[in-house]
Design a protein around this ligand. Sequence first.
Ligand SMILES: [Zn+2]
Length: 200
Amino acid sequence: MSKTQKKVVTSTLIIISFAIIILMGLCSTIFSSKPYVDPVLQPSFNEWKIECVVRDINYKRDLSRLDSILYAPLEIGYWGRCYGDKIIINSNSIDSTEEFLLKLVMYHELGHCAFDYAHYEFGEDIMNSALPQEKIVLYYHFWDILREQYFSRYLPKRERKRLLKKLEKQNCFCILGEDKLQDNEEQQTQHRSNTTKCSY
Ligand SMILES: [Zn+2]
């Protein structure tokens, strides 16, 4: 084999190797099973995804930073929490058979983690900072309306970023990804005062 031939073979091999690496990367992105969803939460998660598709919401982009949605023990007083890349629905507070409550809390936490929603305190809303046990029946009854309200506030990621920049310029500070769903009145008052400083 001549020197030139050797060079051609080497370059071809290098190109093929790069192509394989790129293909592997693409495949892992396309077929990635992120986020991992606990089987208990899968029905409500699927429902949320369908509601997104119906409204032409590109939920995959919104979920890109989310690694897992778990049904696991949290301290009592919380229904669930959004940790940015992870959602935990509290198995200490919600029984795996309480389908509606699981769904309500799942929508709430996905509101924070996927849509960057802050809490919303003007009337009954999925994004209320507190979802008291005695009011769950109300949320159940008005679910269709609440769900519409929830999705009507959706903004695509790009628009959210633009808005956030605008708010930062105005020196308006929002606590995003807050996570309290508890009954403690004192903390609620404190919490509400924190999250209603600016609304969007
Ligand atoms: Zn919350």
